[in-house]
Ligand binder design. Structure first.
Ligand SMILES: CCCCCCc1ccc(S(N)(=O)=O)cc1
Ligand SMILES: [Zn+2]
Length: 266
């Protein structure tokens, strides 16, 4: 056991870590961690990459909840009703949830960067390989278990589709709050431009498992300042706890190591 002084110093260091990272920041032996910087000129055009085929059924939308990391919109994934296929994927993947990462100010907030540029926020649409695995929880542990579409958000015009989400946020201000949310089609949040980058990576929050095929859309969507500010009114903390604003819920950039980022476009 450590000495009282050393223990308190260790605990102080741990407490000093951002609330998101009380657990270790790195996976021991991790070789395909996310997020990464996408250096545009180092990405390799792959002519064999197919267009991504997205088919979402808005009636599979279930609820919005604040899980203490982000706010999530979850979907009924008990059948192949909201799926993606094609792109770099060998199987069809089912939509499980989508969520966002954002900053305290507009200068940062995204998890991935492009040529070291941060966007103020990033959307993740999380899908799992229901062809090969019986559940999302099992797929999370497998190298080809998950496919996450990343969409950058940039400051610009108000996004009408996002506004229906923003209007619901006050109801999930605290950690563990949940409200019913139905009839939402998340494809309205995905740019129509088909161009994307893709690489083999990981979850960016615990359990950080190396199970994600990342599909990062080249074009951002535009949202306005009020919509970004609405994200920043959420709390990491539960009702009754001392309030901590939910901002800067993005993981630091991870080493590329022995990976190539492929592009679907020249
Ligand atoms: C067995 C439970 C595991 C839940 C893992 C949930 C999760 C999903 C997506 C992402 S992200 N930010 O990489 O898209 C992080 C975490
Ligand atoms: Zn995410």
């Amino acid at each position: 056991p450590c000495s009282l002084a050393a223990c308190s110093r260790k605990n102080a260091r741990k407490a000093a870590l951002h609330p998101l990272w009380q657990s270790p920041l790195t996976i021991p032996g991790g070789t395909r961690q996310s997020p990464i910087n996408i250096q545009w000129r180092d990405s390799v055009y792959d002519p064999f990459l197919k267009p991504l085929k997205i088919s979402y059924d808005p009636t599979t939308c279930l609820h919005i909840w604040n899980n203490g990391y982000s706010f999530l919109v979850e979907f009924d994934d008990s059948a192949d009703r909201s799926t993606i296929v094609g792109g770099p994927l060998e199987n069809q993947y089912r939509l499980k949830q989508f969520h966002f990462h954002w900053g305290a100010i507009n200068d940062w907030g995204s998890e991935h960067t492009v040529d070291s540029k941060f966007y103020p926020a990033e959307l993740h649409l999380v899908h799992w390989n229901a062809v090969e695995y019986p559940s999302f929880e099992e797929a999370v542990m497998e190298g080809n278990g998950l496919a996450v579409i990343g969409v950058f958000l940039k400051l610009g015009a108000r996004h009408e589709g996002l506004q229906t989400l923003v209007d619901a946020l006050p109801a999930v201000r605290h950690k563990d709050a949940v409200i019913e949310f139905d009839d939402f089609d998340p494809s309205c949040l995905i740019p129509s431009c088909p161009d994307y980058w893709t690489y083999a990576g990981s979850l960016t929050t615990p359990p950080l498992t190396e199970s994600v095929t990342w599909i990062i859309k080249k074009k951002p969507i535009e949202v306005d300042e009020n919509q970004l500010e609405a994200f920043r009114t959420l709390l990491f903390t539960s009702d009754g706890e001392e309030e901590r604003r939910m901002v800067d819920n993005f993981r630091p950039l991870q080493p590329l190591m022995n990976r190539t980022v492929r592009s679907s476009f020249r």
